[in-house]
Write a protein that binds this ligand. Structure first.
Ligand code: CO
Length: 376
């Protein structure tokens, strides 16, 4: 059933897209299935061997090329959409793409694509359909739209964070010396699903103990927790397509006082970045706020990654909270703040929260305690 009166959200996003394309000198946007297509149309398609492409042109009805067998999906969209279908013989694909391109008037146009999403499969078909068109990256125009989250998106993110926090609390009793990283990762995954996460997690939990915790992107191994270990858990839920991404660090038994000290420093760095984030502040300055705390404590060379990344329909998106990024924050932007200190061979600490920029500052969507959690 159509409910365009109740929910004009996709139409609104499509008109914002039209403006954004015009501002970046693009005549059209061609998207294949993925987060940006979901954002603009609400349409979910698997990336399969059968190509699906939607073409947006300012002031024209968007067009979709898709397999006949999936055509029912676009019968009742909340906005106008013109389908061009093809059958099971791949030889019919080219014809469907050519018809769609003709109707869109793409001859000689500059067409935006997502370079990290569009495959050679779809690009070749588009190029064959309009040999005179020029295909360029539209990453920035799309990011500019998706970065500004509306109320419904922020409440989905709030829920994704709440689910992740419940999953963490439910996993805590399983953490003790002798349990392996892989076993804990399994438990955390089960608890995410049990507490309401969609089954498609944005990423598999990171569980890294002892020396492994000094590697920010460690994969869970068979290593068993031992007294003296730092333990990093980095996990997130998916709610209605929106992602959360949290990290907390734990101490197993008695730990070296220096490891406790770096945990304290990282906690202060996390707080400094959260306190600085606000509309008009640059992403680079937020990074700087966290980095300064760690540098002043003498651990600058052990903070080996950026302070954070945008979060939304994807686990990593704009804005990137990295050194030197002059991009200015605005209300409705959501990102992680996750400073860390990693002492090679010994252990690491990372504390990650998810924040939303408000009209006056930044609100943390996550409120789990940030100090080192001691497991006896
Ligand atoms: Co993260």
């Amino acid at each position: 059933m159509s409910n365009s009166q109740d929910n004009p959200v996709y139409l609104q996003r499509q008109s914002k897209l039209a403006l954004s394309l015009q501002n970046s000198g693009l005549d059209a946007l061609a998207l294949n299935p993925g987060p940006s297509l979901v954002y603009l149309t609400g349409l979910h398609f698997h990336l399969s061997e059968r190509p699906v492409v939607v073409i947006f042109r300012p002031d024209k009805t968007p067009i979709i090329v898709l397999p006949e067998l999936e055509s029912a999906k676009v019968n009742h969209t909340e906005y106008p959409l013109r389908p061009f279908t093809y059958g099971e013989d791949p030889l019919t694909w080219e014809n469907a793409f050519r018809q769609a391109a003709d109707v869109s008037g793409l001859e000689g146009r500059k067409i935006g694509v997502e370079t990290r999403q569009m495959r050679v499969l779809e690009l070749k078909l588009l190029e064959a359909a309009v040999p005179t068109a020029q295909f360029v990256s539209a990453g920035e125009s799309i990011a500019a739209l998706r970065m500004h989250k509306d109320e419904a998106e922020i409440s989905a993110m709030r829920k994704a964070v709440a689910i992740a926090q419940l999953a963490f609390q439910a996993t805590l009793p399983s953490i003790s010396p002798g349990v392996s990283e892989a076993e804990l990762a399994a438990e955390l995954t089960v608890q995410l699903l049990r507490n309401g996460s969609a089954s498609q997690l944005a990423f598999s939990p990171i569980v890294a103990s002892g020396p492994n915790s000094a590697n920010p992107h460690a994969f869970p191994s068979d290593r068993r927790l031992q007294p003296g270990d730092l333990l990093i858990l980095d996990w997130g839920a998916n709610f209605a397509g929106y992602t959360s991404d949290l990290t907390r660090t734990l101490a197993i038994g008695e730990i070296d006082p220096e490891l406790a000290e770096i945990a304290h420093i990282v906690e202060q760095a996390n707080r400094a970045a959260r306190q600085l984030a606000a509309p008009g502040i640059s992403a680079g300055d937020v990074d700087r706020a966290a980095r300064q705390v760690i540098e002043q404590a003498g651990y600058g060379k052990f903070f080996i990654h950026r302070t954070g990344h945008g979060l939304g329909l994807e686990g990593h998106e704009e804005p990137y909270i990295r050194s030197g990024n002059t991009f200015r924050l605005a209300p409705g932007m959501t990102f992680t703040i996750e400073p860390g200190i990693y002492l090679p061979e010994r252990g690491g600490v990372r504390i990650e929260d998810n924040v939303v920029v408000t009209s006056t500052g930044a609100e943390s969507l996550s409120d789990l305690p940030r100090q080192l959690i001691s497991i006896a």
